[in-house]
Design a protein around this ligand. Structure first.
Ligand SMILES: Cc1ncc(COP(=O)(O)O)c(C=O)c1O
Length: 408
């Protein structure tokens, strides 16, 4: 069944304000069922977790429902879903915990395509332990991440391979299963940053070969909360720093303080919303998620093709990277203007795009683009339309022409 973007857009009240959002990679707009679930949890009697009375039981149920929803989203075990305020915070917790067991001579393999959240916590944990950091490099022309290099980077001293499932800078979708295979053959753990990839397609931890995957709900129509998903058996072998009286059970052991019960209600509602993207889908929630996100992916890929073809036909636009497998995210510059100027000019017209390095620090530093302002990013989400892509192309054409006039 074709993706009904008009129906889908009606589920996002913010879209009625008329802005054109090519900034989903920085955070999507929120779906109505999410807003209702958050408000509903705040309106009803919800106490701190306790089985002694109904409002406390509600809190327990909200947490359990959110764990089960995220497990369905990524193909994990609900008992292995750890919640935190952001993926950055969760990765810091994980890096400090794992790093406490590293010794000089141990190695970690990081990737220069990653958002800094899956880089700096590992660099700092390695520094603290005296461990060595090794780097996987991307192809500067295409933005692809060659898998072969991992055979040289990974050895019996490797403790961890951290890699992104999607570059938030240029959209590259690295071959994570192949990288994980090499890492696992050497006995290393694989930490996958799923923040950029999970909103755009069905995700399966086992297929990826991820020992742990992070995902942020605010990138997939939900609230500002994130999850880190791993095998509960493995979690039970780890000892994060924690308060003495707080629960030592898994996964609570990794969660600091009292959770936001309303936002957890929103997380479950967001997953249900994604599971409803294909109204004809049947089966359990995981099957409906697969159908809904597959339909959304086809829609997004058609828009990506339209955008890339359009950009290639414009004078004065430089697009960075042309990865063979990619998510619908494109970074570019308009000749004669800084990325911030392009962003501001588009912003005045109601088009929302990111500019700068979007924390893809290693990518922009390696490309030598960071000091001069990074790039402008158009990221497509399932509520975008072909008309919006055409509007963006039209405005970029005008800006590029103005840039040429100014330069001339
Ligand atoms: C690929 C990627 N990883 C990690 C993060 C960090 O996520 P959070 O804001 O939840 O810490 C982002 C945020 O933009 C991202 O795009």
């Amino acid at each position: 069944m074709p993706f009904d973007v008009t129906r889908v857009r009606a589920a996002y009240p913010a879209l009625a304000e008329g802005f054109i959002h090519f900034d989903g990679a920085g955070g999507s707009q929120t779906a109505t069922p999410v807003i209702d679930a958050v408000a509903g949890a705040m309106r009803s009697a919800v106490s701190n977790r306790s089985s002694a009375f109904r409002p406390g039981q509600r809190a327990l149920e909200l947490v359990a429902a959110a764990r089960s929803a995220v497990a369905d989203l990524v193909g994990g075990d609900p008992a292995g879903v750890v919640f935190g305020p952001s993926s950055t915070a969760l990765l810091y917790t994980l890096a400090r915990t794992l790093g406490a067991g590293w010794r000089p001579g141990d190695e970690v393999v990081l990737c220069r395509l990653d958002h800094d959240a899956n880089v700096r916590p590992w660099v700092q944990a390695a520094e603290a332990a005296g461990a060595t950091v090794r780097w996987a490099e991307f192809d500067r022309e295409t933005g692809d991440l060659p898998v072969d290099q991992y055979a040289d980077l990974v050895n019996e001293r490797t403790r961890l391979v951290a890699v992104t499932a999607g570059s938030n800078a240029i959209g590259t979708a690295p071959d994570v299963p192949a990288i994980a295979k090499i890492a696992h053959a050497a006995g290393a753990l694989v930490c996958v940053d799923g923040v950029h990839a999970v909103p755009h397609a069905p995700t399966d931890l086992a297929t990826l070969g991820a020992d742990v995957l992070v995902t942020s709900a605010y990138k997939w129509s939900g609230p500002h909360l994130a999850a880190m998903v791993g095998d509960p058996q493995w979690w039970s072998t780890l000892r994060p720093a924690k308060l003495i009286p707080s629960s030592d059970a898994v996964p609570e052991r990794f969660e600091y303080g009292t959770p936001s019960f309303p936002l957890l209600a929103g997380v479950a509602a967001a997953v249900d919303h994604l599971a409803g993207l294909d109204p004809a889908a049947t089966g359990d929630r995981r099957a409906r998620l697969r159908a809904g996100l597959t339909a959304a992916q086809a829609h997004e890929e058609a828009l990506l093709d339209r955008l890339l073809t359009g950009l290639a036909g414009l004078d004065g636009i430089t697009v960075y990277g042309a990865p063979a497998r990619r998510w619908p995210t494109v970074s570019f510059r308009v000749a004669g203007m800084s990325p911030a100027q392009t962003q501001a000019a588009l912003g005045e017209l109601g088009l929302c795009l990111s500019a700068g390095d979007y924390y893809a620090y290693e990518y922009f530093t390696t490309m030598g683009l960071r000091d001069s302002g990074g790039a402008v990013r158009a990221s497509i989400y399932h509520y975008n339309t072909a008309d919006e892509v055409d509007r963006l192309l039209g405005e970029l054409d005008r800006l590029a022409a103005a840039g040429r006039t100014m330069a001339g």
